[in-house]
Design a protein. Sequence first.
Length: 136
Amino acid sequence: MLNRKTTTRRLRCSAGLHPRIWLVFAAAVLIASCAGPEQPLIDQFFAASRLRDRTALQKIATVVFEPHERGIVTTFSVVGVAERREGSIEWKDVTIAAPVALPDGRTEQKTLIVTLTHDESGRWLVTSVADPGSRP
């Protein structure tokens, strides 16, 4: 008898998790769909910069976020996007908030402005990463 109750409890527990799994999955899809089209490109940029992978960077950027000079960005959130256009040239200034692991070992919360430029082939490239809080 005891064995039967244990089996029944396991089935109830499994059945109770099923809707929760779908809820977590739906929330993950919703969060992923909220990320703007800029997020994947900027994520690729920081990942390639972190590894100093110049081959990957040349396909998506004209600049490097040099880890030995400026630090490493592993996560970030997009705070805002400002679009501008002059003739056929189009830019997006993407403001991000990110914890930056600095070369001296400290981690500092920074606001960075990542400039994306639309090139002739129709793709977006990272062309600048500015730190408005730093002094020249």
